[in-house]
Design a binder for this molecule. Structure first.
Ligand code: DC
Length: 225
């Protein structure tokens, strides 16, 4: 039987949340849910369908209707499928990244996606990463982590990630984009990015993925209900 342990990992863009969350889930043998991917999927669909991003009604309808499924691939990693199509690559594109904060600030979109996330959290043990997991989606999580890192380090990590994919962008541009997205996500009215009162903040500047993963796994052993 799967553990019902629930871990919330929040933090700004590029703080290493998804990589670490995926590894923690693997080690603990529980599900990993990338909630950012869901906001990205709705953004992608809106762009594909030519929906204006200030048309909150249409965006909300889309978030309620779109079929989203995380499927386990042969290498064990989960990839997101929208209406039956693998959209893993497309949701990481620049155009989606540049527009996702605006879509994620729409209350109807958040309600639709949070409802789905809560349901997954109620069904099984899970490591979820996002911006509002500890505050809204899993307010009773066994462990809440807030991951941070200096802007410089976050930009460096993103730059390396993109370089590995053969994409060349200046660190300066990445840094500006991260700053802009963080400001937008932190200052929006609904569920802004902020640490839950009972979260543990880990500054990952200068830490390796392995070190951060180990720290969270160890913390989870002390926080299991
Ligand atoms: O983690 P990410 O970069 O894939 O997230 C994409 C965007 O979605 C991010 O700018 C903020 C938003 N987001 C959110 O508002 N709430 C979440 N739980 C996850 C992501």
């Amino acid at each position: 039987m799967r553990s019902k342990l629930s871990i919330a990992i929040d933090g700004p863009a590029g703080s290493g949340k998804s990589t670490v969350a995926r590894r923690v889930a693997e080690i603990l043998g529980i599900l990993y849910l990338d909630t950012g991917a869901m906001y990205r999927a709705v953004t992608l669909k809106a762009l594909q369908d030519g929906i204006y991003l200030d048309d909150h009604e249409k965006l909300t309808a889309l978030a309620n209707q779109v079929e989203l499924k995380f499927k386990k691939m042969s290498d064990g990693a989960y990839q997101l499928f929208m209406d039956g199509k693998n959209i893993n690559e497309e949701i990481s594109s620049f155009v989606v990244t540049e527009n996702v904060s605006q879509v994620a600030a729409v209350s109807g979109v958040r309600e639709a996606l949070v409802q789905r996330q809560k349901q997954i959290g109620a069904e099984s043990g899970v490591v979820m990463d996002g911006r509002d997991i500890g505050t809204v989606v899993l307010p009773h999580a066994d462990l809440k982590i807030f991951l941070t890192a200096s802007l410089e380090e976050r930009a460096q990590r993103r730059w390396l990630e993109l370089k590995a994919k053969g994409i060349n962008v200046s660190k300066q541009k990445i840094s500006e984009d991260l700053k802009q997205r963080d400001a937008f996500d932190s200052n929006r009215e609904i569920s802004p990015l902020r640490p839950a009162d009972d979260s543990i903040t880990i500054d990952t500047t200068g830490m390796s993925i392995e070190q951060v993963t180990e720290k969270i796994v160890n913390l989870s052993k002390h926080n299991q209900n």
